[in-house]
Write a protein that binds this ligand. Structure first.
Ligand code: GAR
Length: 204
């Protein structure tokens, strides 16, 4: 049975592209039914359009402005609105592919076992939006010789934390620059993310 994916992205969307390509060539028995972006300039929306997949732009800004003195309430209201819209798309899996927004339990409790996240670091290392910068800084200051990539479930409000579905170590080479390391991490991500989504859809 073809699974229905909703993909959430904030930036370039190279991982969304890997998923779209895998759906198109049959590597993934799945269909991306909706892409959500939360940044107006997200190139991910153009990738969706090129693949004929609907996308919507859903920024947090208006929710923040509505309750400027209560950021938690703003996040919960945003999450409730987005959860309702995503539920309407009847997803089998919600895929955070470079999604720079932390869901509250208002969103997550509605989709148990259904939200997966990709993160460019090994479990427990470098959580947050700057994992590659953080690994590169640790390489430069302490000689860190590897980092990695992981795919995990998002059951609660932990940051880049949750039951690990897959992870892969990525060496930092002596002749690496920050850019060559990032490119190698993305290559690993594209393969690992697609393979892990496929395995999870088949076995859960
Ligand atoms: C990816 O490296 C992903 O692991 C990271 O954002 C990038 C998005 O790239 N996610 C996180 O840092 C989550 N904390 P893309 O837009 O080219 O897919």
């Amino acid at each position: 049975m073809t699974s229905r994916l909703v993909v959430l992205a904030t930036g370039s969307g190279s991982n969304l592209q890997a998923i779209l390509d895998a759906c198109a060539d049959g590597t993934l028995e799945a269909e991306v039914v909706l892409v959500v972006v939360n940044r107006r300039t997200a190139y991910a929306a153009e990738r969706a359009a090129a693949a004929g997949v609907p996308s919507v732009y859903r920024p947090m800004g208006p929710f923040r402005e509505a309750v400027p003195d209560d950021p938690r309430r703003a996040r919960e209201r945003y999450d409730a609105a987005l959860a309702a819209e995503i539920a309407d798309a009847r997803p089998d899996l919600i895929v955070q592919a470079g999604w720079m927004h932390l869901f509250t339990s208002t969103f997550l409790d509605r989709f148990p076992g259904m939200v997966v996240n990709l993160h460019p670091a090994l479990p427990g290392a470098f959580p947050g939006a700057h994992a590659i910068d953080d690994a590169w800084a640790a390489h430069e200051t302490d000689g860190l010789d590897h980092t990695g990539v992981m795919v995990h479930l998002v059951p609660d409000e932990g940051v880049d934390d949750g039951p690990v579905l897959a992870s892969q170590r990525v060496p930092i080479m002596v002749d690496d620059t920050r850019e060559t390391l990032e490119a190698r991490l993305h290559e690993v991500e594209h393969e690992l993310f697609v393979a892990t989504i496929g395995d999870y859809l088949r076995t859960r």
